[in-house]
Write a protein that binds this ligand. Structure first.
Ligand SMILES: [Zn+2]
Length: 306
């Protein structure tokens, strides 16, 4: 699915009323950086890379969660208040991924600074269930077509914050969209090369349902109900049964999470462990961009499932 230009909308998402962008109350945005670039702050390195692609040299973008950090369990540091205070534009994912942005850091922003929740309220996005019946899974960007929606919204927000360069943001976004469409097609081809009977995976936490839905994988289970939460013995026993029943070849984890539990699952089931995927954060080279992250994960998944 592709999107054309759009304006911000308010929408309902699994019972939650969400606004696509909120403006923090008050009077007047922070100045431009001393080099004239638009200061932008994102919650994650993945979102920062998307902003860098659309904004180019016109923006100075920083991520609050560092490379190889975990967005779910991130605790803002005092220095993060200053970073937010200097921003002219803030981006978060929303849907519960990075609520600490509003809970802890929202008051640090200069009055009038827009805060855009990239995953919330975009038309054409079909949300999947989250940890509870009333929440949605927030990892939408793992479906590249949805990342295209993020980029469109980033381009619109940059143009609104810096209208003098609106044409540049639109042009850079068009180039980025073409690149993302190629990436989406590449992932599809790669996963199509996996024998259909092998396209079943288990992951550490529930970060891959949008990826799986888009590219034709089945997620048999996840090792932890949520990052930072220990599973019960009953939960793990049921997961082991499910892995055996589905004859899952590989259990995947992310580089920033402890690998002990997935090794235990593998020892019990004979599945292979692949503990170097990325989703919420960029990593060490070569995983230094969103596109590289998707290519890296896809290569690991395809190699393990052959
Ligand atoms: Zn996650």
């Amino acid at each position: 699915m592709r999107w054309g230009p759009r304006r911000p909308v308010a929408g309902a998402a699994i019972g939650l009323m969400v606004l696509s962008a909120i403006v923090l109350a008050g009077c007047g945005p922070a100045p431009l950086a001393s080099d004239g670039r638009l200061p932008v702050v994102t919650t994650t390195t993945v979102l920062a890379d998307m902003v860098r692609n659309v904004g180019g040299d016109l923006v100075a973008v920083s991520s609050l969660v560092p490379v190889n950090g975990d967005v779910h369990t991130f605790e803002p540091r005092p220095s993060d208040m200053g970073m937010v205070a200097r921003a002219r534009l803030l981006f978060m994912n929303g849907l519960g991924l990075d609520d600490w942005m509003t809970k802890t850091l929202g008051n640090a922003a200069q009055p009038g600074t827009p805060l855009v929740r990239l995953a919330e309220g975009l038309p054409g996005f079909t949300l999947l269930p989250g940890e509870t019946a009333t929440t949605a899974n927030p990892h939408l960007w793992m479906d590249v077509a949805y990342a295209e929606g993020y980029a469109d919204r980033i381009a619109a927000a940059l143009a609104a914050a810096d209208p003098a360069h609106a044409a540049s943001y639109a042009a850079r976004n068009a180039t980025y969209q073409a690149s993302l469409r190629q990436l989406d097609a590449w992932v599809r081809e790669e996963i199509d090369s996996v024998p259909a009977a092998n396209r079943r995976i288990v992951t550490y936490h529930d970060a891959f349902p949008y990826y799986a839905r888009a590219y034709g994988l089945t997620i048999v289970g996840v090792a932890v109900p949520a990052p930072g939460q220990e599973p019960s013995a009953k939960y793990t026993a049921e997961l082991i049964d499910a892995i055996r029943a589905a004859d899952v070849k590989a259990i995947f984890s992310e580089a920033q999470f402890p690998a002990k539990l997935v090794h235990q699952l593998a020892a019990e089931t004979g599945a292979q462990v692949v503990a170097n995927l990325y989703d919420g954060s960029l990593g060490d080279p070569p995983v230094t961009s969103y596109e590289a992250l998707i290519r890296w994960d896809t290569r690991q998944i395809v190699a393990a499932l052959q």
